[in-house]
Each structure stands twice: as structure tokens, then as C-alpha cells.
Design a protein around this ligand. Structure first.
Ligand code: CP
Length: 342
């Protein structure tokens, strides 16, 4: 049985097939690829885009989605094995995943890190717990990576550049300021998909402390070796933006300070100038800008950048709907798993 936990687990041909199917769904949204099928969407964290696009995507293909929020409208869940469950949790993932699998044909999971101990969070225990115990395919709706966002991002770039071949494009993943330390998931994912697509990728961040986890740096290096792109880390804004075709922005917390965020705050506060603005975008090769959203205007990117023709963030958000329909259809056995003609 196949899950969709990370794009790195899927072949390039499988990802291309999903993107091709997503383009078909964009042209022709209604269908019956999920007729008689259902998905349980388990949200441990808030969402606007993910919840709406999965629910409506299932509906548009004749399927049905059920949303559950453990600890709110569903019982709190335990994920550790061998635990004496005398705390908050009322049931164990071993039962939860198997029961949901008796009702639904797929399970989507959103579970952000706890932001206390990265060595624990990097195990992705909630998602892995579902994948281990579920008898049906599990979809990552953002944990410590965000593979659905990756596909929507890739699709938006392919649309803007008018080609599915993104090789050779200069791609800048830039850290941006945010008052709080945020999840590295989208940054991990952007690095993964940009290198997978063979782009020349620069990870721009304030200091070496903001470099991403070695697992994702390793995936990026592996992708570069296989797809022929490149990867470099830079702390210099001007040289990173110079000639860029793509600027993708995200804020995240520095991993060495994980769980010690009061110590990280004075460092991050020195780098408010990493905001994406018109002056920086003017250094690019008439580059496009995007962000996964939600985005704090005039903190991460200026109004001028967000409202410029260069900004494809809304296209990327729309594409969440199309790529997730394609992923669900593929996992339901109703999509093309081999790359075919568009
Ligand atoms: N980009 C994204 O996942 O948005 P939501 O958090 O609103 O779902």
C-alpha cells in the first residue's frame, strides 16, 4: 500500500503523472474519480487552505470528506507504544488509525511539531504512527514537511514559465522575518521539490544556524546529483537575489535554538530586513515570487510585492485543490500513476 508522506518517496514519473492529472482537473474540475470513496481529514492544527481544498476536492470528484480535530471534536490520541495512558489521551493511534481505516478509504494528517525538542519532532511520530497502523493510504497535510504544497508550488512555476521543464532556473528559497519561530516544513519541502525539478537552488538565510535539518539538506544533495541542478547556502541577500528566476519566501525557527526560543528571538529580530520588497525583486531576472500562505504583509513581504504581477501565491494556493485531487485519485486507484500525455 502506498502513502503520500513525502514527495521523496515517490518516483519522478509518479510526481509528473500527478502534476499532469492536476492540470487536467484544473481545466475540468468535476469528475467521478472518487465516487463512493471517502477521506478522513485529521487536523491537530488550524488550516484555511488545506481543509477547504481537501474537502471541496473530494466533493468535486464525487467523494466525501470527514474532518476530525483530536482534542476538540475527537478524543485526544496517544502515539507512544507501551505508555500507561493515565494522562490526557483517551485512545491510542493503534486503534484510531485502524478504526478510521474501516470507515474511510484514505486518511489525511496535519500535525505540526511541538516546538520543544527537535530530536523528537524530527521523528514525525504522529504521521508515522498513522502510516504504521492505517490499513488505508495516509496523506501528509503538513507535519515537518508539506508535500501537497510542494506540488502546488511546482505546478504554479510550470504554469508561469509555460513549461514542465524547470531545469536551469535560478531558485532562491529565502528566510523571512516573522515575530515567532515557525515550522521548517515548507522550507524543507521547497528545498526538496526545487532540487528534484533540477533548478539551481540557493538557500538564503541569516546565519548558519538557520540552515535546515541535515535530512532535508541530504535529500536536496541527492536530488541535485540525480537531476543535474545545484545547491548552495548563502547569507548575502544581494548576490542570492541577483538574476533569480524564482523567489520563494518562508520564515522558520533556527534548529539549534529549538525549544529555547527566547534565546533565538534577539537573533531573528536583527534580520527584519530579509523582508521581500521591490528593491530586492528588482535584482532578479524579472523573477516570480511566491509563498505558501498565510503571510503577514509588510513583515514577510511588502504589499507592493504581494500585489505585483510577479506574485503567484494565489495561483499556488489554488493549485492545492488540483494537486490534492490528483493525489487522492492516484491513491484511490482512479488516477494515472504513469506519466501520460497531457
Ligand atoms: N499553506 C497552507 O497549508 O495553508 P493552511 O495552513 O491555511 O492550510
Amino acid at each position: 500500500m502506498k502513502h503520500f508522506l513525502n514527495t521523496q518517496d515517490w518516483s519522478r514519473a509518479e510526481l509528473d503523472a500527478v502534476l499532469t492529472q492536476a492540470a487536467r482537473f484544473k481545466r475540468s474540475p468535476a469528475g467521478d474519480a472518487l465516487r463512493g470513496k471517502s477521506i478522513a481529514l485529521v487536523f491537530f492544527n488550524p488550516s484555511l487552505r488545506t481543509r477547504t481544498s481537501f474537502e471541496l476536492g473530494a466533493f468535486q470528484l464525487g467523494g466525501h470528506a470527514v474532518v476530525l480535530q483530536p482534542g476538540k471534536d475527537a478524543w485526544p490520541i496517544e502515539f507512544d507504544l507501551g505508555t500507561v495512558m493515565d494522562g490526557e489521551a483517551e485512545e491510542h493511534i493503534a486503534e484510531v488509525a485502524r478504526v478510521l481505516g474501516r470507515y474511510a478509504d484514505m486518511i489525511g494528517v496535519r500535525a505540526f511539531p511541538k516546538f520543544v525538542d527537535w530530536s523528537l519532532d524530527r521523528q514525525d511520530r504522529v504521521l508515522q504512527g498513522f502510516a504504521k497502523h492505517s490499513p488505508v493510504p495516509v496523506i501528509n497535510m503538513e507535519t515537518i514537511t508539506h508535500p501537497c504544497q510542494e506540488l502546488a508550488h511546482a505546478m504554479a512555476l510550470q504554469e508561469r514559465f509555460g513549461t514542465t521543464d524547470l531545469r536551469g532556473r535560478k531558485y532562491v528559497l529565502t528566510w523571512t522575518y516573522h515575530p515567532k519561530a515557525l515550522n521548517t516544513a515548507v522550507a524543507n519541502s521547497a528545498l526538496t521539490i526545487a532540487t528534484r525539478m533540477g533548478m539551481d537552488v540557493t538557500l538564503l538565510c541569516p546565519t548558519p544556524e538557520y540552515v535546515l535539518d541535515e535530512r532535508y539538506m541530504g535529500w536536496a544533495a541527492q536530488n541535485v546529483a540525480e537531476s543535474g541542478g545545484s545547491l548552495q547556502v548563502s547569507h548575502d541577500i544581494d548576490s542570492a537575489y541577483a538574476g533569480a528566476d524564482v523567489v520563494y519566501a518562508k520564515s522558520w525557527g533556527a534548529l539549534p535554538y529549538f525549544g529555547n526560543w527566547e534565546a533565538e528571538k534577539p537573533i531573528r529580530d536583527q534580520y527584519r530586513h530579509f523582508i521581500v520588497d521591490e528593491a530586492k525583486m528588482a535584482l532578479t531576472n524579472d523573477g516570480v515570487f511566491s509563498h505558501c500562505l498565510p503571510l503577514r504583509r509588510n513583515v514577510k513581504a511588502t504589499d507592493a510585492v504581494m500585489d505585483s504581477p510577479a506574485c503567484i501565491a494565489i495561483d499556488e494556493a489554488e493549485n492545492r485543490l488540483h494537486v490534492q485531487k490528483a493525489v487522492m485519485a492516484a491513491l484511490a486507484g482512479r488516477g494515472t500513476r504513469d506519466a501520460g500525455p497531457e
